[in-house]
Design a protein around this ligand. Sequence first.
Ligand code: MN
Length: 129
Amino acid sequence: MTKLKVLVIEDNEQNMYLVSFILEKNGYEVIQARTGIEGVDLAVLHEPDLILLDIQLPVMDGYSVARAIRNRPSLAKTPMIAVTSYAMPGDCDQAMAAGCTGYIEKPIDPENFMSQVEQFVRGNERNNP
Ligand code: MN
């Protein structure tokens, strides 16, 4: 069975490591982007099954990244989860307004992360890995 592809756009090395580790352990293929611009490029190139988007990114913030991704017809319906800081409650509304499908709060909880992610992958036509 083909692995589902998840694009992770995250500038923090520890979070990138943790999220990638959990996803790969659960059978997903991970594509990593460390800047918003790279994230948009890799989204266009790979057309991932799911995008995890850090909101606090340098230069091009997560909202701009979300809008740029949603402007691409091939990515208009890709599930896209904002990863927002628990301390910034307004982030979630702004992320949804920018085109995100949902959000997960930081710090990442390794115990619950996969069930949070799978809520957004479910409903996809393809089978889970
Ligand atoms: Mn960040």
